[in-house]
Design a protein around this ligand. Structure first.
Ligand code: PFF
Length: 472
């Protein structure tokens, strides 16, 4: 026991030295772009429209907004305070705040969750890259005589996503791109990439949205998405919305702790959490305004489950539009950008942990994090094709990892972070971080603290229990 305590003391000392080295985002834009880049990922551009479609349209949007306000912003703020206040990675932050306690296990679980998520999320990201390539070469919009559109696009999807080596190849390319960005470091890699790609993402979104909204009959889709049909509201819609808020805001994974440890001292945490959440919400709205009007306009409901909405139904819509080549190219580029900026943030959680807690050189930490990813992601990918007969609790390896992380690890970590920030560490710490050492006033501070302490953890716990009972 004493041996372990001494080891931690050494690690802690080393960490204080490491964290004093300059490793911060250099501008306000960098802070927002990188954090929004992490948050806006496949969860918002892909999962969100699927969830809206399956959960009664507009009521889901309203439930999602409520969850972002009651849970998203407070949990985000709790993670920001912990990260910026301690200037450490997600394990180190707990160790710094409560040195001789076991709370660092929460941070370690977050690091593990991020790594596991990366091993299958990067596979899906690889699919987006592959579709971008198919758009670029014109294969997606080349026409298909004698074969119906749904059949044609389903066969392209099967070939692209579920044959053995094709998706693995694209996943590998994405790992290499991640490595190139992450090796460059926080400011020159992550921040620079986000500063260029995130504004581009918004421009593409607005363009696609404009095109979709000007299609004939688009208004039916707008109504489905925005006009509340209260009869469709039920507890399961709310529960799905909590899950979506969680996923789309990158909560409970140590990402926000890690990124906020790179925030300059003068960053206003409250304002940042509101801006980031609002931008994520805005992207979700724009995605809805791209997909549903187009679907209604062309009368293409088609397959909407899982991957099919994006990879089968949407290409049919693009095909029916003038300028199909350019729209599909822009759309899949948008997906690649969303995926890349999120995979980078998942990787950064592990790299920051190895770099700061173990004092490993950044380059070495990048290699150690991403090299095994070639094997791990290949296993996730192949579990959907040649290894699909091997199941774990009735799920493929890919689905099993998804289930365990999204439904168990992330909610548990988020609850514990709220308990930790709200009840374990001194209240003054949170107040100091939220007011930048008392230099600014925050009228809603008491409300936020109340939400962090009670409302958010209880909401997340309700979802967790629900999933648990669904499973048993
Ligand atoms: N927030 C990002 C997204 O919505 O895609 C990143 C992310 C969050 C990835 C949660 C995976 C995850 F489980």
């Amino acid at each position: 026991m004493t041996k372990y305590c001494n080891r931690f003391a050494r690690i802690l000392k080393k960490q204080t030295i490491m964290s004093s080295s300059k490793n911060t985002f250099s501008s306000k834009l960098g802070v927002i772009a990188a954090t929004v880049g992490s948050a806006v990922g496949l969860g918002t551009v892909w999962r969100f429209p699927n969830e809206v479609h399956d959960n009664g349209g507009s009521v889901f949007l309203i439930a999602y907004l409520i969850c972002v306000l009651l849970m998203g912003i407070p949990v985000m703020l709790a993670e920001f305070s912990l990260g910026r206040g301690s200037r450490a990675d997600s394990v180190g932050s707990f160790k710094k705040m409560t040195p001789n306690k076991k709370w660092w296990i929460v941070g370690a679980t977050a690091v593990l969750a991020s790594y596991i998520i990366l091993s299958f999320y990067i596979v899906v990201s690889g699919w987006t890259l592959e579709y971008f390539w198919l758009s670029l070469t014109g294969a997606l919009t080349a026409g298909h005589e004698g074969v119906s559109s749904p059949e044609f696009y389903s066969s392209i999807m099967d070939e692209a996503l579920f044959t053995a080596w094709n998706p693995v190849f694209w996943t590998f390319i994405l790992i290499v791109i991640n490595m190139l960005v992450l090796i460059k470091g926080v400011e020159k890699g992550i921040e620079r990439m986000a500063n260029v790609l995130m504004p581009l993402l918004f421009v593409i979104l607005v363009m696609l949205c404009f095109v979709s909204l000007t299609l004939p009959g688009a208004i039916d889709g707008v109504e489905f998405f925005l006009k509340p049909d209260w009869d469709k509201m039920n507890p399961s819609v709310l529960i799905s919305a909590v899950g979506q808020a969680f996923f789309s805001l990158s909560l409970g994974m140590g990402i926000l702790i890690t990124y906020s440890s790179y925030y300059p001292k003068k960053t206003k945490l409250g304002r940042t959490s509101v801006i980031v959440s609002s931008l994520v919400f805005l992207v979700a709205i724009l995605m809805g305004l791209i997909i549903f009007p187009a679907m209604k306009s062309f009368g293409i409901e088609g397959q909407t489950k899982g991957a099919s909405l994006i990879f089968v139904t949407l290409p049919q819509i693009f095909e029916a539009m003038h300028g199909s080549y350019i729209w599909s190219l822009l759309f899949f580029f948008l997906l690649v950008v969303a995926a890349l900026t999120s995979t980078v943030s998942l990787g950064e959680v592990v790299i920051a942990f190895l770099h700061k807690t173990f004092g490993m050189k950044r380059k070495k930490a990048c290699v150690i994090t991403l090299l095994p990813m070639f094997a791990l992601s290949a296993v996730s990918s192949l579990s959907l094709s040649v290894w699909s007969e091997y199941t774990f609790f009735g799920m493929t390896w890919f689905d099993f990892l998804d289930y365990v992380t999204a439904n168990l690890m992330l909610p548990i970590v988020a609850i514990l972070i709220c308990v930790y920030v709200g009840h374990i560490i001194p209240k003054s710490f949170l107040e100091k971080e939220m007011t930048n050492n008392g230099s600014m006033k925050s009228l809603i501070l008491p409300t936020l603290i109340f939400l962090i302490r009670y409302v958010s953890p209880l909401l997340v716990a309700a979802v967790l229990l629900n999933k648990f009972f669904e499973f048993v």
